[in-house]
Design a protein around this ligand. Structure first.
Ligand SMILES: Nc1ncnc2c1ncn2[C@@H]1O[C@H](COP(=O)(O)OP(=O)(O)OP(=O)(O)O)[C@@H](O)[C@H]1O
Length: 794
């Protein structure tokens, strides 16, 4: 094994620590700079050590015991030693294999040596308190949230906690929703390292890409001076893992410390295709395989279905399930409940009740949407049943990974819909964030508004009579596109709410598109921390006061001068509202400085101080970025084309993955659940595990062309046979809502049952005559029909 060598170089660690402490004392302690020194020192020395065989120091083992464990599980030791060496690392281990220890132990050791903190970024905000209470008692931890008391904040600042849990939004302020409650870098103790949970969200190729995760690494490095990052994920294909490693700046080969088999050996998998799913489910639960299992989770795609299935089971399993269950397992404590439903639409207290009953073994079956199980630490879940097909292999592996975390045998069964109904249901979600070319173009126009750099440059050129080529888009990627441009980018802000409404895309959707622009090799834009972009200055003492402050506040002078030039009568004006980002950019000033200057207007400069009678308010949470302003029309078209292709590629990839998933499950499926209700043919289970391993070990395929068979599977209902009916319905829908405006896409979304910011499910979902009516038909074909009908009505 990697660390089973002979030389104990733990003294290197000790020595480095002493050096660091001395250095810290000399410089008064604290500050990320010193910490960087330590990490650098560690990195150099211990990278060296890692190249040699080295035995894990005894201190690490005693820390392991302090945290309540006797030995390491596979992969933990490697990852922990890398982190203690200051080396960024990615750990890919299935659910329940013990990823958390990979940050807990180094955090504990680091904190024992010096006043420092480990940041743990986790997307499961609602479960943070559970996570916190699940930490070993010796590990002092806190989580960042907006309701933190002063005392809690002080405890964090003074280094009394060694682990700080926070959401990505709390760190990077995702959109307008960032809580901004993290103390500043100067206030925090040095950050030993940062752990990114669910690290696959960093990769744009993952099944669960979250744009704010991308900014995460940047903020950690640039704002908090973090050098060592630990990524944890349960599901990442090889391509995704490599992509995450790139974002974490892991350059060495061993950086992806652990990648284990996708499915643990104690899980027994089966799939069946049954026409009567309800009956099949009941038979399965009454059979030998599941009849004796204590804790079972049944996953459904839709909320309504969880409620219906739970009710069905309560009726059908009354008495029977329990009796088999009790006689076989000889459990003394009777179960209070047989089956309950759980989904995000239930009240918090109801969800809590169901979860608690399940956790303490009083409830046998939870019928849930995927909302259930995230962060659930119940090691003895014995069975998972997928009533509907999951949306990807990643989701499947994640969901079945909630069973058998104690290493004991557990069973997982999936019901595959013979009619492809699940395929249609899941396909809907793929279209939720797709956008058409026209929408992409409107966004691109907002992101790259023209600037005057070209004109200014031309004028200067005429003056000095030298010819420098203006920005031309060269085909070769190797050419330095940005250096050839005349414009060196501007800071811009586009208000989130307005953009969401204007484009009818979710905030996350817009952010994803902006991320694609940033991820392009030419880095079309650089995303910055979201900001409030509108500034309103109100003078209670009237217009004269406004004139007066122009003398002490140049940004206000600029805004006023511009208004004057535009022909406005500024003399009577006592209030100004303007885009502060645009003003700062025009002036070439830094935004924080401009904002600070404006805020200071509220305070009197007189000796007495106090309020000045000027009110300065900032509003409108906005996407904030740097972008070029000298793109030619042709270049703009190419940016649009790139973005549109990227969206379409994503759509194709997801459809491809969905059909691949369906085909793979079908290839190992029993024709009826009756073939596996009592005993399981292990060869089918192994066959499915092999398919999954191959999928996770494969690199991303570029070509995601659906085969005619796939298309056949997806489009069992031929549009031609239904076209007249669909057109008639669209016309009827438009006539009923003649006072509203719809695009072809908006109508198609309604026919597929997809809500959007301008056409929310809460409103449009009520009209069952149209909502979800044509879910079986191809989305793009529906857009075509709807667009034609809209044009005809006009
Ligand atoms: N070395 C170990 N020895 C014994 N038990 C361990 C060890 N490491 C972790 N565990 C236990 O395994 C269980 C699962 O650990 P953990 O929650 O870290 O898994 P995980 O991989 O993070 O799972 P998930 O992906 O669901 O978050 C916990 O109850 C934990 O106490």
């Amino acid at each position: 094994m990697y660390f089973s060598g002979v030389v104990n170089l733990w003294w290197v660690f000790q020595l480095s620590m002493q050096k660091f402490q001395l250095k810290g004392e000399r410089f008064g302690g604290g500050g990320t700079g010193h910490w960087e020194c330590l990490i650098c020192l560690f990195s150099h020395i211990l990278t060296l050590c890692l190249c040699v065989c080295l035995a894990t120091p005894t201190e690490v083992y005693s820390a392991l015991r302090d945290l309540g464990y006797q030995s390491f599980r596979p992969g933990q030791e490697e990852a922990i030693m890398r982190i203690l060496s200051g080396l960024s690392t990615l750990v890919v281990l299935s659910t329940g294999m013990g990823k958390s220890l990979c940050y807990q132990l180094p955090a504990y050791l680091y904190a024992q040596r010096s006043k420092c903190i480990t940041l743990v970024i986790s997307p499961l905000v609602s479960l943070m308190n559970d996570q916190l209470s699940g930490l070993p008692a010796k590990l002092k931890a806190a989580c960042i949230h907006s309701n933190m008391t002063m005392k809690q904040r002080e405890a964090v600042k003074s280094g009394q906690v060694c682990v700080l849990l926070l959401s990505p939004e709390a760190l990077v302020g995702g959109g307008g929703s960032g809580s901004g409650c993290l103390p500043s870098a100067q206030e925090l103790p040095p950050v030993a390292f940062a752990c990114i949970d669910e690290a696959h969200c960093v990769s744009e190729w993952s099944h669960n890409f979250r744009p704010c995760y991308l900014r995460l690494c940047k903020v950690l490095r640039e704002r908090l001076g973090v050098q060592c990052l630990l990524g944890l994920t349960a599901t990442a294909t090889l391509s995704t893992a490599l992509d995450i490693a790139r974002h974490l700046d892991i350059t060495d080969q061993d950086g992806i410390a652990v990648r284990c088999a996708a499915v643990p050996p104690n899980l027994h998998l089966s799939v069946s295709v049954d026409r009567e799913k309800d009956q099949a489910l009941v038979s399965l639960l009454k059979g030998d395989r599941y009849g004796c299992l204590d804790s079972i989770i049944i996953y459904c795609t839709r909320r309504e279905e969880t409620v219906r299935v739970a009710a069905l089971l309560r009726t059908c399993l009354q008495g029977t399930g329990g009796s088999i269950f009790f006689t076989r397992k000889k459990i003394r404590k009777p179960l209070k409940w047989q089956a309950e439903s759980y989904h995000a639409g239930l009240s918090a207290s109801e969800r809590c009740r169901v979860q608690n009953n399940f956790m303490c073994g009083q409830l046998r079956i939870v019928v849930a949407t995927v909302a259930f199980g995230m962060g659930l630490d119940k090691s003895d879940v014995r069975g998972i049943i997928h009533y509907n097909m999951p949306k990807s292999f990643e989701s499947y592996v994640q969901e079945i990974g909630r069973a058998g975390r104690d290493g004991e045998p557990a069973h997982c069964h999936l019901f595959l819909d013979p009619e492809g109904g699940d395929l249609h249901e899941l396909r809907r979600h793929i279209y939720a964030d797709t956008v058409d070319y026209f929408t992409v173009k409107r966004l691109v126009q907002k992101v790259f508004p023209p600037c005057k750099c070209k004109q200014i440059h031309r004028r200067q050129r005429e003056l000095v009579k030298v010819s420098v080529p203006l920005g031309v888009w060269h085909e070769e990627e190797s050419r330095d596109w940005s250096r050839e441009r005349v414009c060196h980018t501007h800071e811009r802000a586009i208000p989130i709410q307005q953009t969401v409404e204007a484009l009818d895309i979710t905030e996350e959707g817009v952010e994803t598109l902006l991320c694609y622009l940033e991820l392009h090799p030419r880095r079309f834009i650089e995303l910055l921390h979201p900001t409030l972009s509108v500034c309103k200055v109100s003078c209670y003492d009237g217009p004269r006061q406004l004139q007066k402050i122009t003398k002490i506040c140049p940004p206000v002078a600029v805004v006023l001068a511009r208004r004057r030039m535009a022909g406005e009568r500024v003399e009577t004006c006592d209030q100004l509202e303007f885009d502060v980002v645009e003003v700062a950019d025009t002036m070439g000033w830094q935004l924080p400085l401009v904002k600070r200057g404006l805020r200071q207007l509220q305070w009197s400069t007189d000796r007495g101080g106090g309020r000045s009678g000027v009110l300065v308010e900032f509003s409108s949470p906005s996407f904030y970025f740097r972008s070029y302003g000298d793109l030619s029309d042709e270049e703009m078209d190419r940016v649009c084309q790139f973005l549109h292709n990227r969206v379409q590629d994503q759509e194709r990839t997801q459809l491809y993955q969905l059909t691949s998933c369906f085909k793979a499950f079908k290839s190992v499926a029993f024709q009826s659940v009756l073939s596996c209700i009592d005993d399981l043919d292990e060869s089918r289970s192994l066959q499915l595990k092999k398919v999954l391993s191959e999928y996770f070990d494969k690199r991303r395929v570029q070509d995601h062309t659906l085969t005619p068979v796939d298309i056949e599977e997806l489009d069992k209902y031929k549009l031609l046979d239904w076209e007249d009916q669909i057109r008639a319905d669209i016309r009827c829908f438009l006539a009923n809502r003649s006072d509203e405006k719809f695009s072809g896409r908006a109508v198609a979304r309604i026919l597929h049952g997809i809500g959007s910011p301008c056409y929310p499910a809460q409103t449009y979902g009520k009209d069952r005559r149209y909502w979800r009516k044509y879910i079986q038909f191809d989305f793009n074909q529906l857009i075509r029909l709807a667009t034609q009908e809209i044009i005809r009505v006009k």
